[in-house]
Design a protein around this ligand. Sequence first.
Ligand code: C5P
Length: 227
Amino acid sequence: MVSKVIIALDFKNKEETMRFLKYFKEPIFVKVGMELFYSEGKNIIEEIKALNHHIFLDLKLHDIPNTVASALQVLKPLAIDIINVHCAGGYQMMKAAQEVFKDTDTKVIGVSQLTSTSSTMLHDELLIKESMIDTIISYALNAQRAGLAGIVCSPLEAQQVHLACGLDFLCICPGIRYQSNGDDQVRVTTPSMAAQLTCDYIVVGRPITKATDRVGMYQKIKEEFEG
Ligand code: C5P
């Protein structure tokens, strides 16, 4: 079974990506985000799939339902494992996204609140009066009603999302750190804490991609998360 530690391939181009993937001899789960996809396009997906890796395509679509559905139709033939849209796009948008993939194995996931968003930012900038957890649970319930397979949230919210939506509803959790290091991630936890908090998958970027021993760090995180 493929690991539930998803490595964020936040690289500039194909060369950097392939150099990194060469270290890994077995199939892993990777996340391709905007930077890499915008620079290399659909070819990068084919190349990574040719190496037998599983793919989470993290493009965080957020637009009117028709535009999101049309864009996803373009991506559908890539047969991605996991793809995502913003929950803030609303129920109809999520439903339109889910409809595109209804006859496929691709899981559509909703992005709740970014793990770089603090409660202060939620209230003062986004003008959302509810607490972070209430906002995320409401987004999760909307996503579930629209037929999505789960949401992206911080490990700190996973247990309550599972309580509200059930254990089959996936919580995919970035914001994994051994210690807060002052970068852009705000709502963070360690891999073992993420497991205790019932995260289904964790997404880890810089702690692995910037480590001196990348495979060693991946194995350590995998062992701590999967036990
Ligand atoms: O390097 P780091 O471990 O912070 O990488 C986390 C990855 O997860 C990044 O690619 C980021 O875009 C993504 N992500 C996130 N928070 C979300 C959704 C996705 O950090 N809510």
